[in-house]
Write a protein that binds this ligand. Structure first.
Ligand code: OFO
Length: 169
């Protein structure tokens, strides 16, 4: 694999791990603000990010590249409200989508068909990532400050992370 592609994917591994770190930080804030269901949801989201990082890790290794890890940025510790948490998560996912699209552009430029094919999974995954975070932010805008917040918290607490099966990958 072209070293430029390896370097770009290594950067994305860092971004995925940073995403997990951000979502764990958000889970901690939600726990601290008596929203354990939302914290559970965020932890599942963090686990999903670890899965994304691991999938990139395995791909680089499989193609003979070297995974190089770098320092992870500060995830932040404070948000104004639960709505602000999920709005931030949605914005973050939009940023990740831009990164994935840039990776795809590079794979196409390098005529690296194997990487382009592999990246398709992430392109599709980002549609879901944006939709999920945006939907919760939208629900929160409607219920924050009302008793329905606790119903929503309960509902979101049902989320469980399940790693996609090989067939669905
Ligand atoms: Fe890895 O998709 Fe979210 O960040």
């Amino acid at each position: 694999m072209d070293q430029k592609m390896v370097d770009a994917i290594n950067k994305q591994i860092n971004a995925e791990l940073w995403s997990a770190y951000i979502y764990y930080a958000m889970a901690a804030w939600l726990e601290d603000n008596d929203l354990p269901g939302m914290a559970t949801w965020m932890k599942a989201q963090a686990q999903e990010e670890l899965f994304h990082a691991d999938k990139f890790f395995n791909f680089v290794t499989e193609r003979g590249g070297r995974v190089v890890l770098s320092a992870i940025d500060d995830p932040g510790t404070d948000w104004e409200s639960a709505t602000a948490v999920f709005e931030h998560a949605y914005e973050h996912e939009q940023w990740v989508t831009d990164n994935i699209n840039a990776l795809m552009d590079l794979a196409i430029e390098l005529k690296d068909h194997a990487t382009a094919s592999f990246l398709r999974w992430y392109v599709d995954e980002q549609v879901e990532e944006e939709a999920n975070t945006s939907a919760v932010a939208q629900q929160l805008r409607m219920v924050e400050g009302s008793a329905s917040l606790f119903m929503l918290d309960k509902e979101l607490g049902a989320r469980v992370f399940t790693a996609p099966t090989a067939a669905a990958e």
